[in-house]
Write a protein that binds this ligand. Structure first.
Ligand code: NAI
Ligand code: MG
Length: 355
């Protein structure tokens, strides 16, 4: 089959890690007889420098006509003095909105080879960790009405948390589908003891559950979930939650796996369209030095194969290859430990291709 992929390398280490993911995709293409066609476009600081805006219309157009988008990262010191509304990072919000990416999937997977990097006690993580946070990405308080008003206590600011039933239903469906593909266990996180929007959230999720009788659904308050994530993270499999709770909880979940260079993500729209990117930023401190860990981006490419193209065997191959390189002792600087084999960005990519 032919697949069209828009590449948005972006800034800093973005181009370094996207290049390695392309190598791996090409190897998968050769092995299975798929044709991956790439079109590279600019976003972030690179686009500001070349075209005066962080998200040129051409970038949006190319992404829209592709089957999927693979993004590196945007931003960097060079553009840090620009006013907020002109910063490279705005390209991300623009892409999410333009592409209708309402579901953000963030796996927090702890490879047993990297267990020493996990900040939790060994007995808590015995047997590894494998959690997916499904975060609503285009609604809630980040997009609700906001403003200022006068009150008895002086000027006040407000941001409105609002969810429509349909917004909750579509993210719940993504989460239940995910649970069906995994271990049939879903935790919905809200604050239904105090928030009206959370009560609606809970009732829509409960209603959606009727279509998934095999999935074991539980509800948890966000404050408890934040605590359970470090106390007993193994109780979680798939978590579904709102934009703001998911922002915080997915960062917490990913950090208990210890290494930002290992964490992929997917943002999905209706149909199977998706944008795939590592969780980390542009790491300007190590850009262009062959030091960045490409595994987060390579694992993001694996998610693209699985969720947008439905190529799960191919995705399994990539994940197994990453694991094999870790088992062989291959480590980029961010995950290096004594006695292991030091790899640069390119060498890590080559080893994964070979595996
Ligand atoms: P960062 O994730 O870029 O870097 C944090 C630390 O982790 C740095 O020491 C960096 O060297 C290291 N690191 C990150 N990715 C790595 C990798 N693949 N391999 C090895 N080490 C890695 O976060 P920071 O420093 O807060 O932000 C840098 C720039 O990136 C900023 O302009 C920020 O706005 C932007 N950013 C962009 C994101 C995106 O495009 N999705 C997400 C987060 C930040
Ligand atoms: Mg965040």
């Amino acid at each position: 089959m032919n697949y069209k992929i828009a590449l948005v390398p972006g800034d800093g280490i973005g181009p370094d890690v996207v290049a390695e993911a392309v190598k791996v995709l090409d190897a998968v293409g050769v092995k299975y007889g798929h044709q991956f066609e790439y079109e590279t476009v600019l976003a972030g600081g690179a686009a500001i420098d070349a075209m005066g805006e962080c998200l040129p219309q051409n970038t949006i157009d190319v992404c829209k006509k592709s089957d999927a988008v693979l993004l590196g990262a945007v931003g960097g010191w060079k553009w840090d003095t620009l006013p907020g509304d002109q910063r490279p990072e705005r390209a991300l919000l623009g892409l999410r909105k333009e592409l209708g990416l309402f579901a953000n999937l963030r796996p927090a997977l702890l490879f047993e080879e990297l267990a020493e990097a996990c900040p939790l006690k060994p007995e808590i993580i015995e047997g590894g960790l494998d959690i997916v946070v499904v975060r609503e990405l285009t609604g809630g308080i980040y997009f609700g009405e906001k403003g200022y008003k006068d009150t008895e206590l002086g000027r006040a600011a407000y941001d409105v948390e609002q969810y429509a039933e349909e917004e909750v239903r579509r993210i719940a469906v993504v989460a239940f589908d995910m649970a069906m593909k995994r271990n049939k266990k879903l935790t919905s996180v809200d604050k239904a003891n105090v928030l009206e929007s959370s009560r609606l959230w809970r009732s829509v999720v409960t209603e959606t559950a009727k279509d998934y009788p095999e999935v074991e659904l539980s509800h948890m308050y966000i404050d408890n979930a934040a605590m359970q994530m470090v106390r007993n993270p193994k109780q979680f499999d798939v978590i579904v939650t709102s934009n703001i709770f998911g922002d915080i909880l997915s960062d917490e979940a990913s950090m208990i796996t210890g290494s930002i260079g290992m964490l992929p993500s997917a943002s999905l729209a209706k149909g199977n369209f998706g944008m795939y990117e590592p969780v980390h930023g542009s790491a300007p401190d190590i850009a262009g030095q062959n030091k960045a860990n490409p595994m987060a981006t390579i694992l993001s490419a694996a998610m693209m194969l699985r969720y947008t193209f439905g190529l799960s065997k191919e995705a399994d191959d990539i994940e197994a290859a990453v694991k094999a390189v870790l088992t062989q002792g291959g480590r980029t600087p961010d995950i290096m430990s004594p006695g292991k084999v030091s790899l640069g960005t390119k060498e890590a990519g080559d080893r994964i291709v070979a595996a």
